[in-house]
Design a protein around this ligand. Structure first.
Ligand code: GDP
Ligand code: MG
Length: 635
């Protein structure tokens, strides 16, 4: 399943909060102060059910200049941004600043929403549209849809929602394979529960009951409960807005800016190396050791910028820098960040973290700069990893990968093992030669499998899921060998992505839940089968006693899936108890008498010849008994 976060951005009073309310019916300004002053101060959270059935999380950010810090804390997990511009005012300072931040953080998709269309005329709207197109030429918003709407009259909202639905459909699957990480944006106490933190899961999955680590304090805590969009869940995944109830920590131990993640995966550091883009709009060059504000995830940390490869950085230039932090930061390679001027506060640049655990760099040290370049391009494993990614659909062995690389690769298998250890690829090794597939390929498959299962569970709430065979045909076809498929399924279950029930696959957290009426049907079926256990009634006879044919079939099939009843022959079902008893009696009879025939079985079970025949043929077919002339012996 895809999890999507939609975020707002734009100048204060341009109608962000009103737009969210008009679309979702829910208010994101929730504090007393926000309501009284009529402005957003902190982040607002809600969700939105799109026409396609997808549910998107929504983060509404404050537009006021003074609260850009809060905006930054919200925007790091956003997939699709609604850049809100009031049609009467047009582009304003925080329209630009928010846009620059989105660009620096690598947000890739957006829609431009011109609000308050009800208070301007059409010519004016057209003029603002032209202004907007000009402004965003050559950026990620070039060619983004532009919608003129009114949250007051609701004009244009339907078309906007349609485009939101369309664009969210194109968003890439998140990194559920990586380690679990959640930058904390709120912390509070709920009496009787204790500490609750909220945030967007940016990678991996988190499960009820697991231990996590708080960074940078390195305090360990246990996940007591998880909530996503106001419902309790067992698991939350990358891309979901999540509230986590933690035990073993006090509320005062956690604050916005901390990261909750898998244990022992990161080390906080006071120095990080980065590739920095210094904004064209910055008013003067960036000086060495200038004090700035760093924004990463939901944290704000003061630091000094040591410029490694230049005397100073001119507006519009790129540079390698080392940030010397006043408080420890817990980051991973390739994380994005933003820097703002110390005072007055405005955004001056941003980029990616290249080395989260840096050693002290000397300025203009060529060897150090070269090392940063290599780390930045991620060369070493990159080409190999890409090759595995491209071939994944064919389930390649090392020899296939070598061929596709087109050059002799020293120690290929060790390198593949290394990628597997880093969680970038997966090695399946049940066959004589292992097969390697890329995590991204697996994640896409998991997504489609979960979508299929989600729909299936909705339509068949009493069945244990889709059969393994059907799933294989739908997802992989013949390209995947049965043994590899079985191993893949086991691995997916170990990662808690799916659950296996005999020959069926379900979502990991799926449980069959009977309604009152279904429980009555279940009891009735078992009672009827029990009354005459070796001469049970036919399906139609049992069904005829109930008024609800469709429900009856659902319950009946679910009992079959579960093995509570067993199909012995066409339209002949035994309860599990009767079936086992019948097997025991037969085995005992044969061991005492050497063999059994149909008439003897009929008398043994005190049933009719028809049923005895059905039972004995069934026993032959499952190789429990074997036919010798007219007699059966044990197989
Ligand atoms: N006429 C009109 N007023 C609007 C519209 N959307 C918002 N407003 C008004 O503009 C003001 C600011 O709206 P708000 O949603 O709080 O802006 P935000 O600061 O961007 O979240 C409020 O007084 C709203 O009632 C609209 O579509 N039409
Ligand atoms: Mg607002």
């Amino acid at each position: 399943m895809k999890h999507i976060i939609i975020g707002t951005a734009g100048h204060i009073d341009h109608g962000k909060t009103s737009l969210i309310k008009a679309m979702t019916g829910r208010e994101t300004d929730t504090t007393k102060e926000e309501k009284e002053r009529g402005i957003s101060i902190n982040l607002g959270f809600t969700f939105f059910d799109l026409p396609s059935g997808r549910r998107a999380g929504i983060i509404d950010v404050p537009g006021h200049e003074k609260f850009v810090k809060n905006m930054l804390a919200g925007v790091s997990g956003v997939d699709l941004v609604l850049l809100v511009i009031a049609a009467d005012e047009g582009i304003m300072p925080q329209t630009r600043e928010h846009f620059e931040i989105l660009q620096l953080l690598g947000v890739k998709k957006g829609i431009i929403v011109l609000t308050k269309s009800d208070i301007v005329d059409k010519e004016w709207v057209d003029m603002v549209k032209e202004e907007v197109k000009e402004e965003f030429k050559g950026t990620f918003l070039d060619n983004a849809p532009i919608h003129a709407v009114s949250s007051r009259t609701k004009e244009g909202l339907d078309e906007l929602v349609k485009d939101i639905d369309l664009l969210t459909g194109e968003i890439d699957t998140k990194d559920v394979g990586g380690h679990f990480r959640l930058p904390v944006d709120r912390v509070f106490t709920i009496s009787g529960f204790g500490t609750v933190v909220t945030g967007t899961v940016i990678s991996g999955i988190v499960e009820e009951g697991q231990w996590v680590e708080l960074y940078p304090s390195k305090v360990k805590a246990k996940v007591r409960g998880i909530e996503v969009h106001d419902s309790y869940v067992k698991i939350a995944e990358a891309g979901q807005r999540t509230a986590i109830n933690l035990s073993n920590v006090k509320t005062s131990d956690v604050k916005r800016g901390d990261v909750i993640a898998t244990e022992d995966i990161m080390e906080p550091s006071l120095m990080v190396d980065c590739s920095l883009y210094y904004l064209k709009s910055a008013p003067k060059p960036l000086e060495n050791r200038q004090r700035v504000r760093l924004y990463h995830g939901t944290s704000e940390i003061l630091c000094r910028v040591v410029i490694i490869d230049k005397e100073e950085v001119q507006p519009g230039e790129h540079s390698y820098v080392q940030l010397r932090l006043e408080k420890p930061l817990t980051a991973q390679r390739n994380d994005r960040f933003v820097i703002r001027n110390y005072s007055p506060m405005f955004t001056i640049g941003g980029g990616a973290i290249i080395e989260p655990l840096a050693r002290k760099a000397k300025r203009f040290d060529q060897a150090y700069i070269e090392e940063l370049k290599i780390k930045e391009s991620g060369e070493a494993g990159g080409i190999l990893e890409n090759t595995v990614k491209n071939l994944s659909g064919e389930f390649p062995k090392a020899a296939d990968i070598l061929k596709a690389l087109g050059k002799n690769e020293e120690g290929l298998e060790e390198k593949l093992d290394q990628l597997a250890a880093e969680g970038r690829i997966i090695k399946l090794s049940v066959m004589d030669k292992p097969v390697y597939i890329h995590m991204e390929f697996v994640n896409k498959k998991i997504d489609s499998m979960q979508d299929l299962l989600d729909n299936y569970h909705k339509e068949n709430p009493l069945r244990w899921g889709i059969s393994k065979e059907e799933m294989k045909n739908k997802m992989f076809g013949k390209a995947l060998k049965q043994k590899l498929y079985d191993e893949l399924l086991i691995m997916l279950e170990e990662k808690h992505r799916i659950k296996l029930h005999g020959k069926f696959i379900s979502l990991y957290s799926f449980e069959i839940e009977y309604t009152e009426q279904q429980i009555q049907l279940k009891d009735s079926i078992l009672k009827q089968l029990g009354e005459n256990e070796f001469a049970p009634p036919k399906y139609a006879e049992m069904e005829a006693k109930e008024k609800v044919a469709k429900e009856f079939r659902m319950v009946f099939e679910s009992l079959l899936d579960e093995g509570v009843i067993i199909k012995v022959a066409e339209d002949c079902y035994f309860s599990k108890g009767a079936y086992e008893k019948c097997r025991e009696l037969t085995a005992k009879y044969i061991s005492e008498n050497g063999s059994i025939n149909v008439a003897q079985l009929r008398d043994l079970l005190d049933t009719s010849r028809k049923y005895a025949m059905a039972v004995i043929e069934h026993f032959d077919s499952i190789k429990f008994t074997k036919r010798v002339g007219d007699d059966r012996i044990l197989f």
